[in-house]
Design a protein. Structure first.
Length: 416
């Protein structure tokens, strides 16, 4: 496996849970102390160690030099950010957000998140559970109609959030160019209702269950009476102060100067602005033929746009009670599905034990799109990687970030 290229790994596994769990880049296992995101200020270890700023995280440190080299070699265009207890330690921007208009990437640039935005739906559902408006054991049929009887009666919210629903869904129409929010919503709702139960709910499986993204979002809508996009913008983005983040539409993508355009590599090696070339698609396996610009707005339960500082705000809001009461924040990130000797699936991110501490992560990718956010709750660190080009060595970048923050050697463990 080539750990220096996202194309060199199984993208389905990497982006299903995010982070490095699926790639086997974890440190040696340590006892599972708690499964939640926690609060670094109350951690029972030496505070002076938690407040230390490792030299590799600073400007001019090894991580900074590594990213600069990638950018110089044309392998990275975007933003990286490292924050400790809410204070920015390292922030770097490279490349162009919009080459046609000569707009450079900067710390306030919003990038499309792809699967790195999937945890927003889990937060939304946990907010509703905290309010007593649903339970995680609710079945699909308790809130929605039009699904096969076995799905309606047996598949629960918990199953879908853990990727253990046992459902299989048809491949989506990747060549369709959507023209409105209503068209997007109607298509994905109808697509999700074509799901079939082919496995046993509650057991890990390898089925294509894209409806595990859409159906929970439809439940949010059924309970709140709002579209998923509006609910998340109002109850997550605005509550966190994520002023540069939203579910932007394609017209906004084309005109708003603070949104990065995805630069997609074609079969001949040339790069094109995906959102301005909807007739072109990616030649890479797994994302073959795809073009993120064809979506008018991201499907319910997925995606969204965010800036790097906004993702730090989101991470901080998970730990300080802004989004969820502490017990419910713990429910979000508690280890649920073993992915390796020291890595676990949760309700959206992955959770890994690295260098004796937790790393909570979520990655996303699409043609011209690469994103990852990492939370190190035991020591108060947050790392963000956002890119708008292909061929970004995301696995290696996450490993280098981990090494800078935790001091653990990449690949030093026995994850699977």
């Amino acid at each position: 496996m080539d750990s220096g290229s996202v194309r060199g790994i199984d993208r389905r596994r990497l982006f299903r849970w995010g982070g490095l769990a699926a790639a086997g880049v974890v440190a040696a296992g340590v006892p599972l102390v708690n499964g939640g995101i926690g609060n670094a200020d109350s951690a029972p270890t030496d505070p002076s160690e938690h407040d230390r700023i490792p030299p590799d995280t600073r400007r001019g440190g090894s991580y900074d030099r590594y990213v600069a080299q990638l950018a110089a070699e044309g392998k990275f265009s975007g933003v990286v950010l490292l924050s400790h207890r809410g204070r920015t330690v390292l922030s770097r921007s490279y490349g162009m957000a919009d080459k046609e208009r000569g707009i450079r990437n900067h710390v306030g640039t919003a990038f499309t998140l792809s699967s790195a935005g999937k945890p927003f739906k889990a937060v939304a559902l946990l907010q509703l559970a905290q309010q007593g408006k649903l339970t995680l054991t609710d079945t699909v049929g308790r809130h929605l109609t039009g699904f096969a009887n076995d799905i309606a009666e047996r598949v629960t919210i918990h199953h879908m959030l853990t990727g253990t629903s046992g459902m299989n869904t048809p491949e989506e129409d990747i060549r369709r160019v959507f023209q409105s929010r209503e068209e997007v919503h109607e298509y994905w709702e109808r697509w999700a209702r074509q799901s079939k139960l082919v496995g046993i709910p509650g057991l890990p499986n390898a089925f294509h269950a894209g409806a595990e993204t859409v159906i929970p979002a439809l439940i949010v809508e059924a309970v709140t009476g709002k579209t998923y996009w509006d609910y998340v913008e109002e109850n997550i983005f605005r509550r966190c102060g994520m002023t540069g983040s939203a579910f932007y539409t394609r017209p906004q993508w084309l005109t708003d100067e603070h949104i990065a355009h995805p630069y997609m590599t074609l079969v001949d090696g040339s790069q094109v602005d995906a959102v301005r070339n909807l007739d072109k698609g990616s030649p890479y396996p797994y994302i073959l033929g795809r073009n993120p610009g064809r979506a008018f707005i991201d499907e319910p339960g997925d995606g969204g746009f965010a800036t790097a500082p906004d993702l730090v705000r989101f991470a901080r809001a998970l730990g300080d009670g802004t989004l969820l009461d502490r017990p419910w924040a713990d429910v979000l990130t508690a280890a649920k599905i073993p992915l390796g000797s020291a890595s676990f699936g949760t309700y959206g991110p992955s959770a890994e034990i690295v260098g004796g501490q937790w790393a909570i992560q979520r990655a996303g990718g699409n043609p011209g799109v690469c994103a990852n956010w990492s939370i190190y709750p035991d020591t108060g660190w947050v790392g963000v990687i956002l890119a708008n080009c292909d061929d970004v060595p995301l696995v290696d970048m996450i490993a280098r970030e981990m090494q800078a923050v935790t001091g653990a050697s990449p690949g030093g463990g026995s994850g699977g």
